[in-house]
Each structure stands twice: as structure tokens, then as C-alpha cells.
Ligand binder design. Structure first.
Ligand code: GLA
Length: 736
């Protein structure tokens, strides 16, 4: 990359660092006293020494100071510190806290050097965004040193060419003579100047994942997080700070997305001067990590995105980065098969012939993959037993997995299988043989959830055993797809083999074991398509997307409930990662009965599939299901390459609407769903985005018509608002 195209500029001494993205700059400077300070993140500024003036921070009453060599007082509680420390004069929430061998805590980090290089290194054992050539990014590493202990924090910043995103993480190395224990090691901190931000986050629950909430910031601390050992349904490893009035197309937005699937903490600490310190990383509660001399700890990666074109701009950057440079492997660039999953069709109660009958019906619709869900192994006829005993149940499936896969293959469908690798049922052979292989506290009751316990994946022998079990199953039959489930959260987090001073490492080590198993399975079966799942969408996060290109969005398969779930999810995640299925009516979770067409239109917003007993469709639904499958196949390239525009917000309106449009604006798929009809309402108009204003578009599916792009942008398509749950899809192609 020629120097004048550089993404990162370093000027002056002490240095100023300018990280330049297409629409934003991120600037840091070293205070003469040594602290690395955050100076600006926002609209682009040219690399210029003038930024150093921001380091002249006036001392205020009651300010903590150290004296600089020349006697100048440096106000430590006012410095906009790039990686704040605890117990040494900065009273805001810290990014790092370390306990020394004598039990005392506190660090003062001073700039000790930096390196600049092309490309982006991988993070050992952790999921992360990547580049395919060194021209795609530049990385800056800044070393900060705590002199008395010899602890070195290396802050890493990758700037991607053509993307308004920065990947941040920290590597913490003990170069001192004595061990120490990290009590907190976050991935990123940003000190913003006083601004009236609002915080957007994505709380939820089982069957109600990622509902969007937005509140103005208040003085003090405001956090979202998980202590569940999984990213969780309840709080998402993401938040955004936005200026008031920010909408889909306008306003300034800052996103913080953590590439991690376990305990996380994110949020803001607003200080006495109304400045906001944003932080994201591993949840410090219950966390401790011992570093012997020479050992290092790598934090997960945080992806920071800045947008001056509202939430639409924010989502666009995350979508492209995550679908192009977080999702990996063969399936990143392949069309995803239309699948039929038997779960809501049969639950645990199936026979081999019943499954083949469903697969035969699915083949008739044009489906491409049959997924056998829970209940195929051990003695599992309900949730009470057999997790960990991954041996096919021949009394249910007399031809075995191989025979079943062959019968399904004869119908022209690929075969896929459900697994829950991280778990063990209390009633299982594995648990009887190895009662200490699960997370537990000695001498205390083991909390069960869904009759199961969590295997201790911080132990290599446990991961090895599960790998061997899975390897045997996956090579016993032509299995092309795996649904990787995780149906309970972690309690009694402790390992039978870690020493006392390392027990605080259990949750993170456990997750590293989960990632290691996923990686081994993918190395051994590189063609395998893995769909993540956790009681629906309870572990839908960027960490999992590194291994599983698609994730089941929610156990709530009701099309109307899905509108909000999919809208919230789409704030960060591209539609090609969202598993979305047509299920039976009345819906099993919501008891509502939207038409087959509406159920299909909503499922077309993600990776399309069915999850019901297809042998019982009536004639009209059967014909509709054929048409929907055809539409899913003819439009799925839009899912993979298209930009998403959210056109109506189901959290604030009685409708949802969205469109996917190819970047060259030649083709678009537009969907509108009325939630509740209004009495005596006049039909509305749906204004589109992302088209070529001068081009003519013709509808090749849905209500027919021809419209110019500018008409579609400024006047809009006519939409019907007369009936509850009514939906319309237009597949538009550029005519000329
Ligand atoms: C979880 C999943 C479901 C299904 C069941 C099987 O709840 O989210 O889709 O696989 O487990 O037990």
C-alpha cells in the first residue's frame, strides 16, 4: 500500500496516531507524562500536529495529579485515557485491573513504543475478523508499560481499507519477575467529550431476542452484560451511542460489538463533566487470570463502527464486514440450502418412516436439505436424558443415520443433524462414568437446567472425548449440516482440575474449549455447514459467526413476533446469517395464525426454511409453499450480496418493511407486512432506498408494475393496510 494511501499515520514526538477510515478518523496522542490519550473519533480530520493541543488539560478542583518531570501537574482523573487503569488516580471505570503478588492492586501505564504493519494478525484461539491479503488493512500496536511490575499492555488497532470499522483488542504480557492476576481485562475503552448521547442496546429473553431499546445516557454507570457463560438472550454483546434524532438515514452513531460468546460487559460511565467513557469486553465479575512471568493474556476483539448516515450506515458497515471477513469457509460464498427441520413438526416423537415422509414432501416443494433435530441418539425421547451419549437410537431409526441419510438422499435432499456438544444429561452413560467432567462446586448441589449439566470444556480430555464422539457420528453418514445447540447457561462455574489460583479462569477457558472444538470439527469436515443455536437465538454473536455462518434466530417461529426479533438482529447481523423458518399455525409459541404467504415472506428475510409437518399441508398452502421455495431460491443471491434497508420499524409502527438491494442497484427484494390493520385507513406508500433514481424497475414477482427509481424513492410503492398480518413482496429488476 503506497504511503499516501496509508490508513494509519503517526506524526510528531511524542507521537500522535491517526487511524483513517473512509468516513471517519480515530486519533490518539501520548501525553508528555506518558499516558496514551484518546483525542477524537468521528468525522474525518487530516493528520495534523494541532490535535496535540487536546492534551493540554486544565487541572480542576479536587483533581488527582501526578507531577510531570518538569514539575507540571498532570490531572489523571481528567485525562481522556485510552486504556484506563484502576487505583492510580483515574476514578472512572477502568479497562484493566491487576493484582500484584503482594495482594495490592494498581497500574500506571505509560507509552513504551509502537509498531505499524500491513494486514491483520489472527488472535490465537479466539474468533476474529480477518483479511485475505495484507492490502486490505493496516494494524497499529501500541505498547503501554507499568514500570514497577513489568506488565506490558499491547493495544491493537486494525483499520480496514474501505470500511468505517476498527478492530481493537489488547494483549497483556507479564515481563516482570513475579506472577500477577488480572481482575479485569477489557477489549476497548473510548473517552468521548461531553455529548448528549442516547444508548441503543438489544435486551430480550427466550422467544423475544434482541428487542431494541433506546435511552438517553444519564450521569453514572449504565451497563449491559451477561454472567451466564454465554452471550445470552437477555443482553447482547453490543451497544451503540447515537446523537439524539438519529434514524435509519441520518445522525451519528457509534457501535461497539464484541466478538465473543461468553460473559460480557458493555456500556458507559458518564462522569462529572458529562463525558462518556464507553467500555466493552469480558465481564470482570468472576473473572481472574493469573500471569506467570512470560505469560500473556489475549482479550477478545471489539469491532468499533462509526456512521454519519444513521443506523442504516452503522448496520451496513457491520453487515459487510461480518459477512465478508468474519464468516469463513466454503459456505461464506455459497448459496445456503432451503431446509426442512423436523423439530416443530414432530418434536421427539418420530419414526424413520415419518422423517422420510416429511423429506419426501419437502422434496416436492423444492427443499434441498433435511435436518433431523433432537431425539436421534441414546434413549432420548424427551429432554430428560442422553446428552453426551451420541450414539444413534436404532429402535427409532432402524437403518441408522447412514440408512436414513441414504433414504433422504434418494429424495434428492442433503442430510443434516442436531447436536448439543457442550452438555451432558444427568441421566446419561457419560455422566455416570465421569461425574466430575461437568462444571460443579465440590460438595454443593449441581443446578440442573433442562435436566442437564455443562461439560467442563476447560479440560482438554473432555473436549477430546466429545470431538471423538462427534467425529465418529459425522463420518458415519453423509452429514452435510450440523445444528450446534446449547440449551442452558453456566452455573457453579468451577473446574475439578484447575488449581485454586486459576479457578477464576474457568469460564473463559471453557469457552476457549468450545471454540477449539468448533475449529477442530471444521478442520476435519471443511464442507460442513454449521448453524448455531442456543435455545433459539441465545448465542447469536460475532464469536459464533466465525465458526457457524448461520444462526437460528429464535425459538419463536411466529412470523409476527419474528418481525421485531429480525429487525433488532439486523442492527448488527447480515440477513444471510439469520435462520428463519415457516412453521405451523396456530403457531406453537404465540398461537397466532398468519397465512402461509406471510409466514413465508417473513422467513425470506433470512436463510429460508420450513419447520413443520409438511405431510399435512392443504392444497392451497402446498401450492403457496412451492411458490415461496421458488422465490427463496431465485432471490437468495440478494441475501448474500444485497444491502439491507429497514423501511418501517415494528417496534414503533403497526408495520414492518425492509428491502435488500444489490450494490449495483439492478435488483431488489422489498417486503411489507401489516401487523394490525387500522379501521377505515387510507392505503399507504412505502418509500424505497438504494435504487438508481434514473433507472426503470419492473416487478417480476408480487404486484405488477413499472416504476422509476426516483418515484420509488420519493413517492413509493402502494401498500395495503386493510388486514392484520397481510404481507406483500416485490421482486424488482432494473428494466433499463
Ligand atoms: C432448542 C432449539 C430448538 C430445538 C430444541 C431441541 O430449544 O432452539 O430449535 O433444536 O432445542 O431440543
Amino acid at each position: 500500500m503506497p504511503a499516501n494511501d496509508s490508513l494509519i499515520h503517526v506524526i510528531g514526538e511524542p507521537p500522535l496516531f491517526f487511524l483513517q477510515s473512509p468516513g471517519s478518523s480515530y486519533v490518539m496522542g501520548v501525553h508528555p507524562q506518558g499516558t496514551l490519550c484518546h483525542l477524537h473519533w468521528g468525522a474525518p480530520v487530516a493528520p495534523d500536529q494541532g490535535m496535540a493541543s487536546l492534551l493540554n488539560i486544565p487541572r480542576r478542583a479536587f483533581s488527582t495529579v501526578v507531577r510531570h518531570e518538569n514539575g507540571e501537574p498532570v490531572p489523571l482523573d481528567i485525562l481522556p485515557t485510552e486504556y484506563p487503569t484502576a487505583n492510580t488516580g483515574d476514578f472512572g471505570s477502568p479497562a484493566i485491573d491487576a493484582e500484584h503478588a503482594d495482594g495490592t492492586r494498581g497500574l500506571r501505564l505509560a507509552y513504551a513504543g509502537h509498531r505499524l504493519f500491513r494486514g491483520k494478525p489472527s488472535l490465537s484461539g479466539l474468533p476474529a475478523t480477518y483479511v485475505e491479503s495484507d492490502d486490505e488493512a493496516e494494524t497499529l500496536e501500541v505498547d503501554l508499560r507499568d514500570e514497577p511490575s513489568g506488565l506490558i499492555v499491547t493495544l491493537s488497532y486494525t483499520v480496514f481499507a474501505g470500511r468505517n470499522a476498527i478492530a481493537r483488542s489488547a494483549r497483556i504480557t507479564n515481563t516482570g519477575p513475579r506472577p500477577l492476576t488480572l481482575r479485569r481485562a477489557l477489549s476497548a475503552a473510548i473517552d468521548f467529550a461531553a455529548r448528549p448521547f442516547e444508548m441503543i442496546h438489544l435486551p430480550g429473553s427466550w422467544a423475544r431476542e434482541r428487542w431494541l431499546e433506546r435511552q438517553p445516557l444519564h450521569s453514572g454507570e449504565q451497563w449491559v452484560g451477561s454472567r451466564r457463560g454465554a452471550s445470552g438472550h437477555q443482553h447482547h454483546p453490543f451497544f451503540a451511542l447515537v446523537t439524539p434524532g438519529t434514524g435509519e438515514e441520518h445522525g451519528e452513531a457509534y457501535g461497539f460489538s464484541l466478538v465473543y460468546s461468553g460473559n460480557h460487559l458493555g456500556g458507559v460511565d458518564v462522569d462529572q463533566y458529562h463525558r462518556s467513557r464507553a467500555l466493552t469486553g469480558l465481564h470482570p465479575e468472576g473473572f481472574a487470570w493469573r500471569l506467570e512471568t512470560g505469560e500473556a493474556f489475549q482479550t477478545p476483539e471489539a469491532i468499533l463502527v462509526h456512521s454519519r448516515s444513521g443506523l442504516g450506515g452503522l448496520s451496513g458497515t457491520y453487515h459487510r464486514l461480518y459477512r465478508e471477513r468474519l464468516v469463513r469457509g466454503l459456505w461464506r460464498d455459497r448459496e445456503r440450502p432451503v431446509l426442512i427441520n423436523n423439530w416443530e413438526g414432530t418434536y421427539f416423537k418420530f419414526t424413520e418412516d415419518k422423517l422420510v415422509a416429511i423429506a419426501t414432501a419437502a422434496a416436492g416443494l423444492g427443499c434441498e436439505l433435511f435436518v433431523l433435530d433432537d431425539g436421534w441418539f441414546g434413549e432420548r425421547n424427551g429432554p430428560e436424558t442422553s446428552l453426551g451419549d451420541w450414539i444413534v437410537n436404532l429402535s427409532k431409526l432402524p437403518s441408522g443415520l447412514d440408512g436414513l441419510a441414504r433414504r433422504i438422499g434418494e429424495q434428492g435432499l442433503m442430510f443434516g443433524l442436531w447436536f448439543e456438544p457442550e452438555m451432558v444429561s444427568v441421566r446419561s452413560r457419560l455422566h455416570t462414568e465421569h461425574p466430575d467432567w461437568c462444571l460443579h462446586l465440590p460438595g454443593r448441589p449441581r443446578t440442573e437446567s433442562r435436566f442437564q449439566l455443562v461439560l467442563d470444556f476447560s479440560r482438554a480430555e473432555v473436549v477430546d472425548t466429545v470431538y471423538r464422539q462427534m467425529e465418529a457420528v459425522l463420518s458415519s453418514a453423509p452429514i452435510r449440516y450440523l445444528k450446534w445447540d446449547m440449551n442452558r447457561h453456566l452455573t457453579e462455574v468451577a473446574s475439578a482440575v484447575l488449581p485454586a489460583e486459576r479457578q477464576g479462569e474457568t469460564a473463559h477457558r471453557h469457552l476457549l474449549g468450545v471454540y477449539a472444538l468448533l475449529e477442530r470439527i471444521l478442520q476435519r469436515f471443511p464442507d460442513l455447514l454449521i448453524e448455531g443455536c442456543s435455545g433459539g437465538g441465545g448465542r447469536y454473536d460475532p464469536g459464533m459467526l466465525f465458526y457457524t455462518p448461520q444462526i437460528w434466530c429464535s425459538d419463536n417461529s411466529d412470523a409476527i413476533a419474528r418481525l421485531r426479533i429480525q429487525h433488532g438482529t439486523s442492527l448488527i447481523y447480515p440477513p444471510c446469517t439469520m435462520g428463519a423458518h415457516v412453521s405451523a399455525v396456530p403457531n406453537h409459541q404465540m398461537h397466532r395464525s398468519p397465512s402461509m404467504r406471510t409466514r413465508g415472506h417473513v422467513a425470506l428475510a433470512g436463510v429460508f426454511g420450513f419447520e413443520l409437518d409438511l405431510t399435512s399441508l392443504d392444497e392451497a398452502d402446498h401450492a403457496e409453499a412451492i411458490a415461496l421455495t421458488r422465490l427463496a431460491k431465485t432471490t437468495r443471491h440478494l441475501l448474500r450480496h444485497g444491502d439491507l434497508h429497514r423501511l418501517a420499524n415494528p417496534f414503533t409502527e403497526d408495520a414492518a418493511a425492509w428491502m435488500l438491494v444489490l450494490p449495483d442497484a439492478t435488483e431488489a427484494l422489498v417486503t411489507h407486512v401489516t401487523i394490525l390493520a387500522s379501521p377505515n385507513w387510507f392505503d399507504g406508500r412505502l418509500r424505497l432506498r438504494g435504487l438508481d433514481p434514473a433507472a426503470l424497475y419492473r416487478s417480476c414477482h408480487g404486484p405488477s408494475g413499472e416504476w422509476r427509481g426516483d418515484f420509488l424513492h420519493h413517492v413509493g410503492l402502494p401498500v395495503k393496510l386493510e388486514r392484520d398480518f397481510e404481507s406483500t413482496v416485490w421482486h424488482l429488476r432494473r428494466a433499463f
